[in-house]
Design a protein around this ligand. Structure first.
Ligand code: C2E
Ligand code: CA
Ligand code: CA
Length: 424
């Protein structure tokens, strides 16, 4: 029973022509597709009608509500008190919060199955945020995109800072695409030491992206971006290829060192991952036993059976598997004993205060004890000082990496480091 998209545009343009100050609220239902999949389309329609009613019940006589997409609604809310901007904004804030709250209560399908809709709201003001209907809608949509980011339903007002943020993200994405096409990255290596012998046995390959002289973009920024945009798959292939080439070089110069690669969840669900790695290994004559893959717990939890199968295939080849950031994944420990894995990497957050914090000591000791029972070996990340190293060594932690030994470094420096380390 709501006006459609076309009527919405006409109304918005009309109000803007009359220069009526207003707030445009863009509202969408997250994962609505899942409701159609779970309950069927007619139940989905039923839910949408009730959602529309709920929104309509909440709005005032002079507010205009429309359905502008499958699961998207728009509300045009005239500012009652055009002289008091602060009052108008607060009133709009209150309204949006109340609307979010109204959706905490479940809606029911025609068969009385309850489901809770997660809605998000993006808000833009005319004339403060845009003077034309089209740019006002675009800005409300930008705000909506930002409102979708937190886990819980939320509302967000457009701002020029948001605009800048979106432009920067787009710019970075364009640069990232180009860098991937040009192979414009470097692999840095961080040594991993056997604590028993204090010798370098392995190194972790870490991506570096230098955009200008001395200016690097942190992997903590570009890896999530690459994941969101799917660019992680081609980027990950580049890393795999580079690391295998390095392993081939190591083999030629009789350097007996393993290399480990970080894999993102998106890469692991890429059905060509296994073929790509196994063919690269073969093509370059790499000893698969020298390759290790690091995965986080979240990867395994998404599709346990598929992940287990994939990891078993890798291990049949001789590739070893490490669980990265171990201890941060909130996962059930019982899954560990069935998983085809070799190492647990204790997350840096437990190591950082290891020399002072009794709780961290207890956690690290428990992980080491548990790993022993499960025949897994433990690698500690982020070891920065001698006290941390000594504690780990005294308590039978097998290996360690961190700034205490070395920061990640370019490949040529790595060879020099190894030589110097051996001599020392
Ligand atoms: P990560 O896998 O946990 O990698 C370890 C991070 O800890 C690295 O950060 C490393 O430089 C840092 N680190 C090592 N030792 C110490 C220490 O003693 N103290 C401190 N404060 N930090 C230490 P980096 O290189 O910035 O990488 C950040 C994250 O980006 C990595 O976390 C990994 O999740 C991701 N990443 C890096 N390269 C790749 C890649 O090729 N593929 C994928 N999928 N992810 C990557
Ligand atoms: Ca890692
Ligand atoms: Ca880690």
């Amino acid at each position: 029973g709501l006006p459609n998209r076309q009527y919405f545009w006409q109304t918005l343009e009309h109000k803007i022509r009359r220069q009526d100050p207003l707030y445009l609220l863009y509202l969408d239902v997250q994962h609505f597709k899942r409701i159609n999949e779970l309950y069927g389309h007619s139940a989905g329609d039923h839910i949408l009608i009730q959602a529309a009613k709920r929104i309509k019940d909440f709005t005032a006589e002079q507010d205009f509500v429309a359905r502008i997409g499958a699961d998207e609604f728009a509300i045009i809310r005239l500012c009652n008190n055009s002289n008091d901007e602060k009052y108008n904004k607060q009133s709009c804030e209150k309204f949006a919060d109340a609307l979010l709250n109204a959706f905490i209560q479940p809606l029911y399908t025609n068969k009385q199955q309850g489901c809770t809709l997660a809605i998000n709201i993006g808000i833009a003001h005319y004339p403060n945020h845009a003077l034309q209907a089209e740019s006002l809608v675009k800005n409300a949509d930008i705000a909506l995109g930002e409102a979708r980011l937190p886990e819980n339903p939320s509302r967000k007002f457009f701002s020029s800072a948001l605009q800048k943020n979106v432009e920067e993200k787009l710019e970075l994405e364009t640069q990232l695409r180009k860098a991937i096409t040009d192979g414009n990255f470097d692999i840095y290596l961080q040594p991993i030491l056997d604590l028993n012998t204090e010798s370098v046995v392995k190194a972790e390959a870490l991506l570096r992206w230098q955009v200008r002289d001395e200016v690097f973009v942190s992997p903590d920024v570009f890896i999530p971006l690459a994941e969101r945009t799917g660019l992680i798959v081609p980027l990950g292939k580049w890393v795999i290829r580079q690391v295998c080439e390095l392993l081939a070089d190591f083999r030629k110069s009789n350097l007996n060192i393993k290399l480990s690669i970080n894999l993102s969840p998106k890469q692991v669900t890429d059905r060509y991952l296994f073929d790509f790695i196994s063919s690269t290994v073969k093509q370059l004559g790499v000893d698969a036993k020298k390759l290790e893959l690091e995965l986080t717990e979240s990867v395994l939890l998404e599709d346990y059976d598929k992940a287990t199968h994939l990891l078993s295939e890798f291990r049949k080849m001789g590739v070893t598997i490490a669980i990265d950031d171990f201890g941060t994944g909130y996962s059930s420990l019982s899954y560990l004993k069935h998983l085809p894995i070799d190492h647990l990497k204790i997350d840096r957050s437990f190591v950082v205060d290891l020399d002072k914090d009794e709780d961290d000591k207890a956690i690290v000791l428990s992980i080491i004890a548990m790993a022993k029972q499960l025949h897994l070996s433990v690698i500690a990340e982020g070891v920065e000082n001698k006290r941390q190293r000594d504690f780990l060594k005294q308590n039978d932690c097998a290996s360690a990496q961190g700034f205490f030994y070395s920061k990640p470094m370019p490949v040529n420096e790595f060879s020099t480091f190894i030589d110097a380390y051996k001599t020392a």
